[in-house]
Design a protein around this ligand. Structure first.
Ligand code: NAD
Length: 369
C-alpha cells in the first residue's frame, strides 16, 4: 500500500476537463487497491501566462520536483499565439521537459478490437496493432544550437541544428531495448542514415547497445520507409525507437492509424523521478468547454503513471482493461464515432466517459464479464 504525490498541471483548453476525469480514475485506483494519492495543482501554459506572466512559473517547477509524478493536460490556444517565444504556452512545456530531464517519450499505439472501425485503415490491416514509439525528447533539432535567423546577402535565412551525443542516443536506446525485452522482443530503430551524419552515429550507437540485449531482435529502418510501413502493415512493429523530430511526426501518424488522437497516452521518463504523463493531444480550443472531449488519452496516461512511476503493474492493467471494457460495451465520445453506423453507439460526454471507466474499475467489471 503506497502513498504517492502527484503534481497536476491541467493547463489550457480541454486540459482541465480531461485531467478531472483522470483524477477521478486515480482516486478509484486508490480506494480499490488501498493506495493514497496526494494531489497538488500548479499552473502551466496560457493560464500561467495570464496569472504570472510566465508559461512555467518557478512555483510550478518546484511543485513538480517535489512530486513522484507529474500529470499534465495540454497547453496553448489562439489567445496566446501572438506572444513572443519566451511567453508562449508551448515554451512552458518544453522548459518543463528540459528541467525534469525527461529524455524518453513513450507513446503506446494500440488498436482496440472494438474501435477498429474508427481507424481510416481497413480492419484487416489495423486489427492487432500494438506498438510502442520511444522518442528521444530533449536533444536533436528542437534544442540544438545555433537556432537563429540571420540576414545574408540581403536575404532572410534561418538555421536549426541537428546534434546528438552518443550518451544522448545510448540512454534512450537502452530504455527501448529494456522495454522490448518485456514485450515481443523486436526493436525497430528509425533514422535517415543514408543522408544524415547524426543518423549514422545513431545507427552506430544502436548497434553497440543491441549487443547487451541478445534476446531482442534489431532492425534498422529509414524514416520514410517507416512512415509507409506504419500504414501498410502496422502490426509488424513492436518497439520503435527514434530521434526527436522523426518521433514527433511518426507518433502522430500512429494516432492516425488507430483513429483518434483523443485516445493516446504518453509518458516522458528520465533517469530519476518525477516522470511526466500527458495525453498526446493538444488543448483542442475548437471543442473546449463543451464537455465533449475524449478523456481516455488522459486516463490511459494514468495507467502509464501507475506502471512507470509507482511500479503498480496490476493497477495499470486494471485501468487499461476498464477502458477496453467501456469501449467494447459501445460507449463513445463523439470523436470516436465511425463515419457510418454511428447510431449503434451510446454517445457520452467527457465526464460520463470518466464515470463509466471509474465504475468499471470499481466494480472490477472486466474481470467479472
Ligand atoms: P489538438 O490536438 O489540440 O487538436 C487537433 C484536433 O483533434 C482538433 O479537431 C481537436 O478538436 C481534436 N481533439 C484533440 N484532442 C481531443 C480529445 N481529447 N477529444 C476529442 N477531440 C480531440 O491540436 P491542434 O489543434 O493542432 O492544437 C491546438 C493547441 O494545442 C495549439 O495551441 C497547440 O500548440 C497546442 N498543442 C499542445 C500540445 C501539448 O500540450 N502537449 C500538443 C499539441 C498541440
Amino acid at each position: 500500500m503506497g502513498t504517492y504525490t502527484i503534481a497536476l498541471l491541467p493547463g489550457d483548453g480541454i486540459g482541465p476537463e480531461v485531467i478531472t476525469e483522470a483524477v477521478k480514475v486515480l482516486e478509484v485506483v486508490g480506494d480499490s487497491f488501498g493506495h493514497t494519492f496526494r494531489f497538488s495543482e500548479g499552473l502551466i501554459g496560457g493560464r500561467a501566462v495570464d496569472a504570472t506572466g510566465f508559461p512555467l512559473p518557478p512555483e510550478t517547477l518546484d511543485l513538480c520536483r517535489g512530486a513522484d509524478a507529474v500529470l499534465l493536460g495540454a497547453v496553448g490556444g489562439p489567445k496566446w499565439d501572438g506572444l513572443p517565444s519566451a511567453q508562449r504556452p508551448e515554451t512552458g512545456l518544453l522548459d518543463l521537459r528540459k528541467n525534469l530531464r525527461v529524455y524518453a517519450n513513450l507513446r503506446p499505439v494500440v488498436a482496440y478490437p472494438s474501435l477498429v472501425e474508427a481507424s481510416p485503415l481497413r480492419p484487416e490491416v489495423v486489427s492487432g496493432t500494438d506498438f510502442l514509439i520511444v522518442r528521444e525528447l530533449t536533444g536533436g533539432l528542437y534544442f540544438g544550437k545555433p537556432k537563429e535567423r540571420t540576414q545574408r546577402n540581403g536575404q532572410r535565412q534561418a538555421v536549426d541544428t541537428l546534434i546528438y551525443t552518443e550518451e544522448e542516443i545510448g540512454r534512450v536506446v537502452h530504455l527501448a531495448f529494456g522495454l522490448a525485452a518485456q514485450r515481443r522482443k523486436l526493436v525497430t530503430s528509425v533514422d535517415k542514415a543514408n543522408v544524415l551524419e547524426s543518423s549514422r552515429l545513431w545507427r552506430e550507437v544502436v548497434n553497440e547497445v543491441a549487443k547487451g540485449y541478445p534476446e531482442v531482435r534489431l532492425e534498422h529502418m529509414l524514416v520514410d520507409a517507416c512512415a509507409m510501413e506504419m500504414v501498410r502493415r502496422p502490426t509488424r512493429f513492436d518497439v520503435i525507437v527514434t530521434e526527436n523530430m522523426f518521433g514527433d511526426i511518426l507518433s502522430d501518424e500512429g494516432a492516425g492509424v488507430v483513429g483518434s488522437i483523443g485516445l493516446l497516452p504518453s509518458a516522458s521518463l528520465g533517469a530519476s523521478p518525477p516522470a511526466l504523463y500527458e495525453p498526446v493531444h493538444g488543448s483542442a480550443p475548437d471543442i473546449a468547454g463543451q464537455g465533449i472531449a475524449n478523456p481516455l488519452g488522459a486516463i490511459l496516461s494514468v495507467a502509464l503513471l501507475l506502471r512507470h512511476s509507482c511500479n503498480l503493474e496490476a493497477e495499470a492493467r486494471a485501468v487499461e482493461e476498464a477502458v477496453a471494457y467501456v469501449l467494447s460495451a459501445g460507449y463513445r465520445t463523439r470523436d470516436l464515432l465511425p463515419p457510418v453506423g454511428a447510431g449503434e453507439y451510446k454517445v457520452v460526454s467527457t465526464s460520463q466517459m470518466g464515470d463509466m471507466v471509474a465504475h468499471a474499475l470499481k466494480e472490477n467489471v472486466p474481470r467479472k464479464t
